[in-house]
Design a protein around this ligand. Sequence first.
Ligand SMILES: NC(=O)c1ccc[n+]([C@@H]2O[C@H](COP(=O)([O-])OP(=O)(O)OC[C@H]3O[C@@H](n4cnc5c(N)ncnc54)[C@H](O)[C@@H]3O)[C@@H](O)[C@H]2O)c1
Length: 257
Amino acid sequence: MAAAATRLISRLTLVTGGGSGIGRAVCQRFASEGASVVVADISEESANETLGSLQGDLRGQGHMAGVVDVSSKESITKLVTSIQTRYFQPPSVCVNAAGITRDDFLLNMTEEEFDKVIQVNLKGSFLVTQAVAQALVACGAPKGSIVTVGSIVGKVGNVGQANYAASKAGVEGLTRTAAKELSRFGIRCNCVLPGFISTPMTDKVPEKVITKMKSLVPMGRMGEPAEVADVCAFLASDDSRYITGASVEVTGGLFIG
Ligand SMILES: NC(=O)c1ccc[n+]([C@@H]2O[C@H](COP(=O)([O-])OP(=O)(O)OC[C@H]3O[C@@H](n4cnc5c(N)ncnc54)[C@H](O)[C@@H]3O)[C@@H](O)[C@H]2O)c1
């Protein structure tokens, strides 16, 4: 990474899935750019671990960890209330990075496996986006950036991931619609579409599949969480002030056609 910019000084940012992988890297990148970061995750332990890794010596910075289940509206409401109680404002930057997989071939996939992935990845992104946008609009001076982590798989499909691919295609439609509706409040909404990134999620993938996937990536390697976080920081910052409703692929060229 190039020398840290300070584009996010005095920005309050919320990162779901902040306890691991891409979400953790986003928290670290945002903190290094001066943001105050709310690390939100279903795992309190992981969220606290990320919190402990954040740089916090820039002007006005104060981070916190919060437990949230993004598939529960009640849980999100509690989190947003606790953020407003602590900071007296809603987050103006939000990254939806919480996500899960429950892989199975379509012919075998259970209804439960399908529903669970949709609830966390798609409904969770909807609920968090809605709660943050509502809080921003209610505070009367809205200006914000909401970034949702989709996947290249949402565009091209992937064997064993009917549920996941559907959820990730869904977040792009959600994001484009949110972009259209929320532009008049100064809130931008964009997606990043990672390809194959080295995180605990992909640690579960069998070695022979990893080798095969790598051979398909023009850049010849998996991506690092920090490489996705760099794009999230750009989309969060005013450097992307005329970008909304976009999906940015971070894939090393995987599936460019
Ligand atoms: N790793 C990849 O190759 C890759 C590729 C494309 C997209 N993505 C997406 O990037 C995002 C982050 O994935 P990752 O690879 O860092 O995975 P990860 O498993 O390392 O991290 C996901 C985090 O989300 C949290 N989480 C799970 N369910 C939650 C819930 N209901 N509420 C709140 N938090 C919850 C987990 O506790 C975990 O900390 C996901 O949306 C994933 O679909 C990852």
